[in-house]
Design a protein around this ligand. Structure first.
Ligand SMILES: *[C@@H]1O[C@H](CO)[C@@H](O)[C@H](O)[C@H]1NC(C)=O
Ligand SMILES: *[C@@H]1O[C@H](CO)[C@@H](O)[C@H](O)[C@H]1NC(C)=O
Ligand SMILES: *[C@@H]1O[C@H](CO)[C@@H](O)[C@H](O)[C@H]1NC(C)=O
Ligand SMILES: *[C@@H]1O[C@H](CO)[C@@H](O)[C@H](O)[C@H]1NC(C)=O
Ligand SMILES: *[C@@H]1O[C@H](CO)[C@@H](O)[C@H](O)[C@H]1NC(C)=O
Ligand SMILES: *[C@@H]1O[C@H](CO)[C@@H](O)[C@H](O)[C@H]1NC(C)=O
Ligand SMILES: *[C@@H]1O[C@H](CO)[C@@H](O)[C@H](O)[C@H]1NC(C)=O
Ligand SMILES: *[C@@H]1O[C@H](CO)[C@@H](O)[C@H](O)[C@H]1NC(C)=O
Ligand SMILES: *[C@@H]1O[C@H](CO)[C@@H](O)[C@H](O)[C@H]1NC(C)=O
Ligand SMILES: *[C@@H]1O[C@H](CO)[C@@H](O)[C@H](O)[C@H]1NC(C)=O
Ligand SMILES: *[C@@H]1O[C@H](CO)[C@@H](O)[C@H](O)[C@H]1NC(C)=O
Length: 549
């Protein structure tokens, strides 16, 4: 017992006296006949509390019965053989002594007062923001206050699982104790809650078990492989043309927490990120800007737990303008000079109709005197650009329209047409020209019009001379056509044919007579052979005979 503050005068003198007596008396020599009792024996009380200590003895005539203590004491009563004091504001462990004299010999009886207090603070030291899986993590529990330390246990917990249980050892006077435990961080520790708990076990003193628990702390664990993200980018990128870029990394845990950034030079991309189990994949559409032309790099980095894995790829940003194929006139009149120009951006080589331009970046040109056959002619231009050893080709074509005509082809539309009456005929007097001309054929003298290019039924009234006129915005073109409609005069034809037959028969008869001499039977032969003779002159007879049926 070490008095922690000056003792009141009486107490001090008594104590000094007592110590003196203790020192003089040799231990064990004093066979105390009457014992001095302290009640309660070795009490445990909450810090700041108070208690009544009763010193009593069987000694019939005890003298100077008192309680020696450094604590504030206040007599609360006495009687024969006993005296009681109230001790208040007991804040620390102390030892009290009941002392007195009986028949000249001294009696002493000690009692240890134990003060208990709950820890003022139980706190788990902050965990690292991210803990790599497979590395040891040290948990620290800081306990301030709490007494008696010998009965104070610190338990470190993962959820409800006890990781470590230790006595709050160290100097009992030290205000704070720190208890540590090491755990090997695993994937399952991601999101786990850690805490620590103090247990003040006063059950031996009949008071129970008092627990104080720290606020829980959540741990985040992660795995970021040392491999670099797999970046897939095109070798070259045309200005203004969107292309896809992908960046993927496997073995990332937890992939939901990982961040991916993709950038072309200093242009940040906005990737769509997919996370499936341990795989992280980002896809972005990149469109290079005109001012990014030249060598560039695409960067992909994956960040997790404060660590970053970064991949880079080089690419060339280029612009491929053209080819632009231009006609000096898209609709040129026949006989005019048309200039065809093909051009493309710098470094692009153009070929117009197979002819190469002088140098890359230069235009290719050709001129022509527009003719009818150039109408709808297509001009073809291809452009070639070498990017990073890769050859890119592009082509275009343009169609020329030549304005010509109108013209009607005499070969198809002859000057004289001989048609039979009551037959279907087609007047082939269509006109050529651009724009397409309108053709009309009118009979001279009357306004009878004959359709052009479509069948019509010919009769005698169509007999006559026609003016066929093709007209377009380019002018008119006129041709004269004479239509000769031959009527079918049947009696005349029959007589003419009969005469022909008779002349034929006579000729044959005379010929046979010469061949067979006087044979009279030849007449029969003549008649028979006549039926099968393939004489061309006879054919019209057959046709004429058949036609009326
Ligand atoms: C002190 O103890 C004696 C003897 O046991 C008893 O008679 C007395 O009542 C006690 N006094 C108090 C205040 O408890
Ligand atoms: C109790 O003791 C403490 C110091 O030990 C002191 O600060 C406090 O004022 C005391 N309380 C009372 C009520 O005496
Ligand atoms: C007191 O002590 C003396 C001797 O020391 C003894 O003779 C006497 O009997 C004792 N008296 C009582 C009441 O014990
Ligand atoms: C009181 O405590 C001391 C040590 O501080 C010990 O030696 C002694 O035996 C204790 N007394 C009792 C009655 O428990
Ligand atoms: C983690 O700590 C334990 C002891 O606490 C030790 O045996 C083990 O080797 C450590 N592991 C690592 C990866 O540091
Ligand atoms: C410790 O626990 C006790 C009860 O077990 C409670 O009265 C006290 O307020 C707690 N202390 C702290 C700092 O939480
Ligand atoms: C990841 O890449 C982006 C874009 O290049 C960059 O801004 C960022 O600083 C990078 N992050 C780290 C941690 O390197
Ligand atoms: C990218 O290009 C630079 C120079 O332009 C070169 O130093 C670097 O090695 C290239 N990186 C890759 C991955 O090709
Ligand atoms: C194409 O030709 C037209 C008419 O000659 C001209 O106005 C236009 O600027 C030309 N375009 C190009 C790209 O040369
Ligand atoms: C184009 O060719 C036609 C016929 O060959 C000729 O009459 C005309 O003068 C030519 N036009 C030009 C502009 O040379
Ligand atoms: C021209 O381009 C088209 C598509 O752009 C391609 O299909 C064709 O093969 C090209 N022709 C030539 C001759 O390059």
């Amino acid at each position: 017992m070490v008095p922690s503050r000056p003792l009141p005068g009486t107490c001090r003198t008594l104590l000094l006296f007592l110590l003196l007596v203790c020192g003089l008396l040799s231990p064990g020599s004093q066979g105390q006949e009457f014992a001095l009792r302290v009640q309660p024996q070795n009490p445990v009380l909450h810090a700041g509390g108070s208690l009544v200590v009763n010193c009593s003895t069987e000694c019939p005539d005890p003298k100077l019965l008192t309680l020696e203590t450094s604590l504030l004491k206040e007599p609360v009563g006495d009687g024969p053989g006993w005296v009681a004091f109230k001790l208040s504001n007991v804040t620390s462990d102390s030892r009290v002594l009941c002392a007195g004299f009986c028949n000249g010999s001294q009696m002493i009886s000690p009692s240890n007062i134990t003060v208990y207090r709950f820890p003022d603070q139980v706190e788990l030291a902050p965990l690292p923001p991210w803990q790599p899986v497979g590395k040891n993590l040290t948990l620290r529990c800081q306990v301030a206050g709490g007494a008696p330390r010998s009965q104070l246990t610190v338990v470190l917990l993962r959820g409800q699982e006890e990781l470590s249980r230790q006595r709050a050892a160290g100097e009992p006077t030290k205000a704070e104790v720190e208890v540590t435990a090491t755990v090997l961080a695993g994937r399952s520790d991601h999101g786990a809650s850690f805490s620590c708990r103090t247990e003040l076990d006063l059950r031996p003193q009949g008071l129970g078990l008092f627990e104080n628990t720290s606020a829980p702390r959540q741990l985040r664990t992660f795995v970021l492989p040392v491999t670099l993200p797999h970046l897939v980018v095109p070798r070259s990128l045309e200005v203004g043309t969107p292309r896809q870029v992908t960046c993927a990394l496997d073995g990332v845990f937890p992939s939901s927490e990982a961040e991916v950034q993709l950038a072309l030079g200093d242009q940040m991309l906005n990737p769509a990120v997919t996370r499936s189990r341990d795989r992280l994949s980002a896809t972005a559409t990149v469109t290079a800007l005109a001012d990014q032309e030249g060598p560039q790099d695409i960067v992909c980095n994956v960040t997790l737990g404060g660590e970053t894995r970064e991949s880079r790829q080089n690419l060339t940003v280029f612009s491929f303008l053209g080819p632009i194929l231009n006609l000096s006139e898209s609709s040129a009149p026949e006989g005019s000079i048309v200039t065809v120009t093909c051009m493309a951006g710098a470094r692009v080589h153009v070929f117009l109709e197979g002819f190469a331009a002088a140098a890359p970046g230069q235009p290719a040109q050709l001129q022509l005197n527009a003719t009818e056959i150039d109408d709808q002619r297509s001009f073809f231009c291809s452009a070639m650009l070498k990017v990073d050893g890769e050859v890119l080709n592009r082509n275009t074509s343009v169609q020329l329209r030549v304005l010509y005509g109108p013209k009607i082809d005499r070969a198809k539309c002859p000057e004289r047409l001989k048609w039979k009456d009551k037959t279907n005929q087609v007047l082939q007097c269509q006109a050529r020209g651009n724009p397409a001309p309108q053709v009309h054929c009118w009979q001279e003298g009357s306004s009878l019009e004959v359709p052009v290019g479509t069948p019509f039924f010919v009769n005698l009234k169509y007999q006559g001379t026609y003016r066929c006129q093709a007209a377009s915005s380019r002018g008119t073109y006129t041709l004269k056509v004479v239509m000769d409609v031959q009527g079918r005069n049947r009696p005349f034809v029959t007589i003419f044919m009969a005469v022909l037959v008779i002349v034929g028969l006579v000729t044959v008869a005379v010929a046979l007579k010469y061949v067979h001499g006087v044979k009279r039977r030849g007449i029969y032969k003549v008649k028979q052979e006549n039926a099968s003779l393939p004489l061309t002159s006879v054919q019209p007879i057959e046709t004429v005979a058949e036609e009326p049926s």
